[in-house]
Design a protein around this ligand. Structure first.
Ligand SMILES: [Zn+2]
Length: 161
């Protein structure tokens, strides 16, 4: 009872030919999730996953990534931060405009890797601290809200004449 196991069925790689450092070959079975510790707070269970962000600046662009292993809280925080940043900063370039939805979809496809974990607890190996928590939900973050406002304004502008 209370044994939350992540659904490992959907293990297809969400990688669209991107340089795939850090994305594990397969999700680990649930038992091994207790053998790896969160890179940021040391809690268990943790999942090895990488979340990405993209920023377009007309002629130049910037790729960021943050690698686990993450516990559930730290992983959701990383997913939300990178995804909301990309929602606002990603679109601003001719190439970036097409890269951004790929980055967003990759993050969303990998969200379940941390969302499916049991809540973080202290590691049996010691050397862990309580996670800082997952932070505000994605659509409650200023960058995501600003992105949605801009999107709505663009749709209004495009449809009013
Ligand atoms: Zn953590």
């Amino acid at each position: 009872m209370g044994d939350e196991r992540p659904a490992g069925a959907n293990a297809a790689s969400a990688d669209g030919g991107w340089p795939a450092t850090g994305v594990g070959p397969m999700p680990p079975p649930s038992a091994s999730e207790y053998l790896i510790q969160c890179r940021y707070c040391g809690s268990v269970p943790a999942a090895s996953v990488t979340y990405r962000a993209h920023r377009g600046m007309i002629l130049i662009m910037q790729f960021r990534r943050i690698e686990g292993p993450f516990c559930r809280s730290c992983g959701l925080e990383a997913f939300r931060r990178m995804t909301s940043d990309t929602m606002l900063q990603g679109w601003w370039g001719a190439i970036s405009f097409w890269i951004t939805p790929v980055i967003l979809l990759m993050n969303v496809a990998l969200r379940h890797r941390v969302a499916g974990l049991a809540p973080p607890g202290p590691s049996p190996h010691g050397d862990s601290r309580p996670s800082d928590g997952p932070g505000a939900p994605l659509f409650a973050r200023p960058a995501a809200i600003a992105a949605m406002v801009i999107f709505v304004l663009l749709v209004v502008l495009a449809t009013t004449r």
